[in-house]
Design a protein around this ligand. Structure first.
Ligand SMILES: Nc1ncnc2c1ncn2[C@@H]1O[C@H](COP(=O)(O)OP(=O)(O)O)[C@@H](O)[C@H]1O
Ligand SMILES: [Mg+2]
Length: 296
């Protein structure tokens, strides 16, 4: 049975206008996706196509208008400890140490303070932060803060990790190190991962499969299998492997078509703006002529 299964998931946002009027913004137009237990599924898609909207739905933070998302065959009704979320911007408590931050989620489920501390220290060590347990977030680099966020999510021992561009704000080098750690940890702990990125290389490096979303309103356009073994991914020059290069080319082609659609839609809006301003110019011109005429 699929670990996560989305069937015809639709979501439209209502944006308030003046008075009681609303504009409708369709974000997802029927997403179908299956993720197997222990699978690393990456979603890529043009900016604004509905990736985060979908991840929030899987997290149970919002509800679909139509369709269902089921975990182990059971429809989602809300958030759950079994589905931990890591966002791009870490949401650490600045007044707590790294240890205190990782312990936080455990406080509601484990009354034993010593055990909590032990679990938190284990997870800090797993993400490479042993020795930093007494540091406060402001004393850590961006990469280290994301490591704490990941440790905090893992400490709850969820079976699913939902990661929304968790590395997007980091520099290239830090990002590569974290990618390797995320891959290692997710495989060792057999998590099912839904990971969003806008980097094709990151998608190929991490994903067992990469789902390409269409331009908004998003649907899954294609799911691409990435035929790289764990050994190949562990190699320093995985990016030179034929499978890596071919997967990257295929994804780039699929994604480019969608990005072009977004750009075309935007240029149509600009063209409309332009024609509006032309109209305005004509009107101004007319007014000026009338003024000129009146002066005569
Ligand atoms: N809470 C919201 N209210 C209104 N519109 C939203 C809301 N969240 C997202 N949107 C809009 O829905 C679309 C998809 O957003 P999002 O899922 O964040 O895209 P992505 O993560 O792919 O960049 C965008 O046009 C965005 O502006
Ligand atoms: Mg997003």
């Amino acid at each position: 049975m699929a670990k996560i299964r989305a069937d015809n998931v639709k979501k439209t946002f209502k944006i308030k206008k003046e008075g009681n009027e609303f504009d409708e913004l369709p974000a997802l137009a029927g997403v179908n996706l299956e993720i197997d237990p222990g699978e690393f599924m990456v979603i890529v898609g043009p900016s604004g196509c509905g990736k985060s909207t979908f991840l929030d739905l899987v997290g149970g933070l919002t509800h679909p208008d139509e369709g269902t998302i089921a975990i182990d065959g059971k429809p989602i009704t809300g958030p759950s400890r079994d589905r931990a979320i890591v966002f791009q911007q870490n949401a650490l408590f600045p007044w707590r140490t790294t240890l205190g931050n990782v312990e936080f989620g455990l406080e509601s489920i484990n009354p034993d303070q010593d055990e909590r501390r032990e679990i938190a220290l284990d997870y800090l060590s797993l993400v490479g932060l042993s020795g930093y347990h007494n540091h406060y977030p402001h004393q850590l680099s961006g990469g280290m803060k994301q490591r704490v966020s990941i440790a905090r999510a893992l400490a709850l021992n969820p079976s699913i990790m939902l990661m929304d561009e968790p590395l997007a704000a980091l520099d290239a080098q830090t990002r590569e190190f974290l990618q390797r750690d995320i891959l290692r940890i997710s495989k060792e702990s057999r998590k099912t991962v839904l990971f969003i990125t806008h980097s094709i290389d990151e998608a190929v490096f991490l994903g067992d499969k990469v789902a390409v979303m269409s331009a908004r309103p998003g649907v899954i356009k294609r799911v691409v299998d990435i035929p790289l073994t764990a050994e190949e991914r562990a190699s320093d020059d995985v990016v030179a492997a034929t499978e890596f290069v071919q997967s990257r080319q295929l994804l780039w082609r699929l994604l480019k078509e969608e990005v072009v659609k977004v750009e075309e839609a935007q240029s149509n809006i600009h063209a409309e703006d332009h024609s509006n301003s032309l109209l305005l110019d004509k009107k101004t011109g007319l007014i000026n002529s009338v003024r000129a005429f009146a002066r005569i």
